[in-house]
Design a protein around this ligand. Structure first.
Ligand SMILES: Cc1cc2nc3c(=O)[nH]c(=O)nc-3n(C[C@H](O)[C@H](O)[C@H](O)COP(=O)(O)OP(=O)(O)OC[C@H]3O[C@@H](n4cnc5c(N)ncnc54)[C@H](O)[C@@H]3O)c2cc1C
Length: 385
């Protein structure tokens, strides 16, 4: 057997022996995932065991270097791990903005000390992070942000407001864009990290149309941030922010990766009856396969250093629009019953709430219109986009 075949066999055997059966069930919703944190809550013992075992092996972040909590797997090995986990239906052990967003930015822009400190915490799920980018009036036009950090020698005093900060009320730390020079729009922003328990930080949850409150308004009132908690250079936080956004968009695009036949599985009777609906479901499955193939290709290209920097925008656009289509079909196939909102039979309206949640997919992390602008300008080279 080749080295990779050996690795595949060992990986499969380890997963079979160590992934508890409960962790091989699909997630019901975002709250069913394991988010870690300073005061973590686990849905059950199996969830904790799974996170601990995977963190111990470095497989919460398999391709990060070992000194930073990863397993140092090569791109080919990481792919094998993903494939074997998918075959057994293993859940991701840890959902984390640290893994998906901050970690890659720290790997590129962090100091050695920051990498060792923060990345190990992220890999072990010890600190839950939130993202302080958007402000009232600065969403798509993020670079107009106004939250200001006043230089006080060895620290900044930060004042301002963020909005739509996902899980700000549950997060331990924030990665935050702060203006540190008012004279230069792009080269006047710094990328700061600070503790959400710092004096002067407060949050106010906002309700989504799904009835859930996954995000907040976040206020900073004279928050003291030590100077060593900057990532990258002073006033060059926009470079870090853009790099991180690429990873965020890739992560959100994963919404497009639902199991094949998932809509049909939910509505077996209706499926058989309605040929038009069956046609739409088949088309969705074909598009999902094409999306997956595109994703694998882009990941391979990226790991080989040959990816186009605008690829995550394509993925984000297509994956989120695909997920919206999927949930539209779930609702269409369910008829008026699918609108039921509160009963036990409907699991508290799981389907309509999930459908409404998908409406935000093409807004969060950058809207579909903005993604199309980037694709037009940077990939298709169209004028005036
Ligand atoms: C569920 C959810 C979670 C989020 N979580 C976070 C988070 O954790 N942290 C964070 O910082 N932010 C978060 N956001 C905010 C998100 O990044 C912004 O909502 C997004 O960037 C859009 O900004 P906006 O809401 O200000 O809309 P606007 O920028 O005001 O856009 C309004 C409309 O105008 C369109 N538009 C704007 N500019 C252009 C243009 N140049 N060309 C064409 N159309 C344009 C947009 O497409 C949109 O339809 C979250 C949002 C959602 C929905």
């Amino acid at each position: 057997m080749s080295d990779l075949e050996n690795f595949r066999a060992e990986t499969r055997a380890w997963l079979e022996a160590n992934c508890p059966p409960e962790m091989r069930e699909p997630l019901k919703d975002e709250s069913d995932a394991c988010w870690g944190g300073r005061n973590p809550t686990f849905k059950n013992e199996a969830q904790k065991i799974w996170m601990d075992r995977m963190a111990e092996k470095g497989w919460t972040v398999p391709d990060w270097p070992k000194p930073y909590g990863g397993a140092g797997l090569s791109p080919a090995e990481s792919k094998i791990l993903r494939e074997e986990m998918a075959k057994l239906g293993c859940r991701s052990p840890l959902s984390s903005f640290g893994i998906w967003m901050l970690g890659p930015a720290l790997l590129k822009f962090g100091t050695e000390e920051q990498k060792v400190h923060y990345l190990n915490q992220i890999a072990r799920g010890e600190i839950r992070w939130c993202q302080g980018y958007s402000e009232p009036g600065s969403g798509s036009d993020l670079v107009s942000l106004q939250t200001f950090g006043e230089d006080k020698g060895d620290h900044w005093i930060v004042n301002g407001q963020k909005i739509w900060t996902s899980y700000a009320d549950k997060a331990d730390w924030i990665f935050c864009l702060v203006r540190t020079d008012k004279n230069d729009k792009y080269k006047g922003i710094s990328f700061l990290l600070f503790d959400m328990a710092s004096e002067g930080v407060s949050t106010k949850p906002i309700k989504l149309i799904s009835g859930n409150s996954p995000f907040c308004e976040t206020f900073f009132d004279n928050v003291k941030v030590p100077k060593h908690q900057i990532v990258g250079e002073l006033n060059r936080g926009w470079d870090v922010a853009k790099y991180l956004l690429g990873h965020e968009r890739e992560m959100i695009s994963g919404a497009g990766n639902a199991p094949m036949g998932s809509v049909g599985a939910m509505h077996k009777d209706l499926m058989a009856e309605d040929p038009l609906l069956r046609g739409d479901m088949a088309k969705l499955d074909v598009d999902t396969l094409a999306f997956r193939a595109m994703g694998e290709k882009f990941i391979d290209e990226m790991k080989a250093g040959k990816g186009h920097p605008a690829q995550p925008n394509m993925m984000k656009y297509f994956g989120t629009e695909l997920n919206k289509r999927r949930h539209e079909l779930v609702m269409a196939a369910g008829g008026s019953d699918a609108l039921e909102w509160e009963s036990e039979a409907s699991k508290g309206g799981a389907k309509p709430r999930a459908w409404l949640r998908t409406k935000a997919n093409s807004i969060e992390g950058g809207t579909s219109e903005v993604m199309l602008n980037v694709v037009a300008k940077r990939i298709l080279d169209l004028p005036g986009a």
